[in-house]
Design a protein around this ligand. Sequence first.
Ligand code: SF4
Length: 376
Amino acid sequence: MTKAGIYIHVPYCKRLCYYCDFHFSLNLKTREEFVSAVCEELRMRKDFVAAPVETLYFGGGTPSLLKVEELKTIFSVIRKNFVVQPWAEVSFECNPDDITEEYCNALRDLGINRLSIGIQSFFDDDLRALNRRHSAESARNAVKIAQKVGFQNITVDLIYGLPNMTVERWKQNLAEVEKLNVQHLSAYSLMVEPHTALNTFVRRGTVQLPTEESVLEQFNYLIDWSEQTGFEQYEISNFARNGMYSRHNSSYWTGEPYLGVGPSAHSFDGEKRYWNIAHNAKYIASIKQGIIPCETEILSLRDKYNELILTGLRTKKGVCCETVKTLFPDFFSSFEQHKKIYLARELLQEQNGNISLTRKGIMLSDAIMSDFFVTE
Ligand code: SF4
């Protein structure tokens, strides 16, 4: 293994977005202790990744709730305990409301070179309906401030399939992205997760979701739009201009090792998966006692195969047939069988020995992937 990544989960938010099922807390009182615990976990796990670090990612929660001094402390521990390549991609998720010129300058000075700004929609009524804490205007301003400060790698997030969203409004959202001149877009279909406020609203009938047909139309338009505007769809939900893929997320899809630090963070060493406890106070208490509060799972050959299918088929590059043959000889005949069926139905295409989803196939991706999975 020649490269590795580090993910830091910052488990705090100022508000609960109604659709969110990530781990976070609205109680910011433990923030200082959290920073100390993260630093300690980084020290304790400094040998987890043997290879030099090529990607660092601050996700959450809301990393932009951390103060500059707190970030400085975390960065100094990372640089002391890990080899971070000078060309590393250092990504940082921000809420538009937290972005000021001063904060952005400080982020840049710390070595952060990629900002991920959670916008979700450019309509204030959508933002209110989702309980986001920023407005459309502050989202536009955040991008402009980041650009003024010199960030040349900015990604924004949008959600389609929102309650009451029409194709027309979705088109307007994408037109705004184009105007902002950013390098990357992540566009997700709204998922109504159990245990979210949104799920309750939908069940009670107080929120109406668009029809499946309309969501499909929005997704179709997204692909048309990306082709017209030079955003390459390199993964089902991710679009980049000029090859500016998310290197950190791409490494998840290609099975590279990464260390995840903080409550609920996941790690992978090539053989095993680890996941930290999703509870801030318990996480902090355990680290104080010198114990990493994580569970572990050894991946079976079948798990690894299914993961290769799941992550590979989500990408434009697809799944390498030779890799399947070499690494998973027992599953190769089943793989070939499904491949043949889906090539004939033009839901898959084969290029340079790799299979990937066609546009028609992307619309049915979940069903195709689960057909490929080996279950026993
Ligand atoms: S800011 Fe992000 S992590 Fe926090 S509640 Fe909203 S969607 Fe969830």
